[in-house]
Design a protein around this ligand. Structure first.
Ligand code: NAI
Length: 338
């Protein structure tokens, strides 16, 4: 019958990907802010991820349409749309990973910190609900300023008694994505094989790409490294200006967010050696939170990896970023406790 055929076809497509249906555990992913500029393409990309069994799309409005649309894609996950405060609990219940791109984006002339007043409150409210409905989920914080929203989340979870530093991540993957793209262009190497760690935070000079550790090695001059560093730090602003008032990076951010969430899911599922740069509670420097390479495992952070050898230029950049990053972290902590 047609039904048997369909079942056989979907089974064989699962097998072709190298999984048996038994070995892929059920995983629920919730996206908060799913109807937004990032949220919509991110919902699409997460619908394409075979590791997801249940995709919950939450926003204050417009999620029924996004969910109906995405749900017609013939991939594994079941999609449900939720909107409004009273549906937030249902969206979160049982979530393994919660991705948060809720909040306002930048307009030309704004820094990420200018978003603080609005986004800090949004993130605080969402994290209070997470503490209540899915306290063990891995949190992927995209909402800016990430340097402050991650500390806010930590404080909210501490107050609720649910804080686990291994489960809270600021998503800095877009900085890595940009560094790889820009490096490949300058070094004239195929971008697919390029790796560049990016450490520090996620705003302006706090974004510190470590081009001295970039692979493959290439002949890139000192001057070009300085320019590449600046372009990586200003990558978000480049998009904000090009969009001229219509928001900030959404498509490249959705790609980066989907990559990071996929890494979290692989870690949860026990895939070995999943390493991504991300902004986490950290002992790598004297700052309480810092982005660096992190190995992801079954409980979230498996190990926060060190910085490795830095060039003099990078050492200088590291010292320069610390005061700004610390003040953004403290601003978040203060807000959450006021
Ligand atoms: P957007 O304005 O297009 O979408 C934001 C969505 O959040 C809207 O649909 C809105 O209804 C929703 N929202 C507002 N309050 C909410 C609440 N309480 N609960 C659930 N949803 C809520 O903005 P866009 O472009 O999607 O950006 C979202 C955030 O991501 C911004 O803060 C932006 O700065 C940040 N961002 C972060 C990046 C990173 O690398 N971490 C890169 C680019 C943007």
């Amino acid at each position: 019958s047609a039904r048997t055929l369909a079942t056989t076809a979907s089974r064989s497509s699962i097998l072709r990907r190298g999984y048996s249906s038994e070995s892929v555990p059920d995983r629920k992913v919730a996206i908060l802010g799913a109807a937004g500029g990032i949220g919509q393409p991110l919902s699409l990309l997460m619908k394409l991820n075979p590791l997801v069994s249940n995709l919950a799309l939450y926003d204050i409005a417009n999620t029924p349409g996004v969910a109906a649309d995405v749900s017609h894609i013939n991939t594994r996950s079941e999609v449900t749309g939720y909107f409004g405060d009273d549906q937030l609990g249902k969206a979160l219940e049982g979530a393994d990973v919660v991705i948060i791109p809720a909040g306002v984006p930048r307009k030309p002339g704004m820094t990420r910190d200018d978003l603080f007043n609005i986004n800090a409150g949004i993130v605080k409210g969402l994290c209070e609900a997470i503490a209540k409905y899915c306290p063990h989920a891995l949190i992927n914080m995209i909402s800016n300023p990430v340097n402050s929203t991650v500390p806010i989340a930590a404080e909210v979870f501490k107050k609720a008694g649910t804080y686990d530093e291994k489960r809270l991540f600021g998503v800095t993957t877009l900085d890595v994505v940009r560094a790889k793209t820009f490096y490949a262009g300058k070094a004239r190497v195929p971008v697919a094989g390029v790796n560049v760690p990016v450490v520090g935070g996620h705003a302006g000079v706090t974004i510190l790409p470590l081009f001295s550790q970039a692979t493959p090695k290439a002949n890139v001059s000192e001057e070009e490294i300085v320019a590449l560093t600046k372009r990586t730090q200003d990558g978000g602003t480049e998009v904000v200006e090009a969009k001229a008032g219509k928001g900030s990076a959404t498509l490249s951010m959705a790609y980066a967010g989907a990559l990071f969430a996929d890494a979290c899911l692989k870690g949860l599922n026990g895939v070995p050696d999943v390493v991504e740069c991300t902004f986490v509670q950290s002992n790598v420097t004297d700052l309480p939170f810092f982005a660096s390479k992190v190995r992801l495992g079954k409980n979230g952070v498996d190990e926060v990896l060190g910085l490795g050898p830095l060039s003099d230029f990078e050492k200088e950049g590291l010292e320069k970023l610390k005061p700004e990053l610390l003040s953004s972290i403290e601003k978040g902590i203060k807000f959450a406790n006021k």
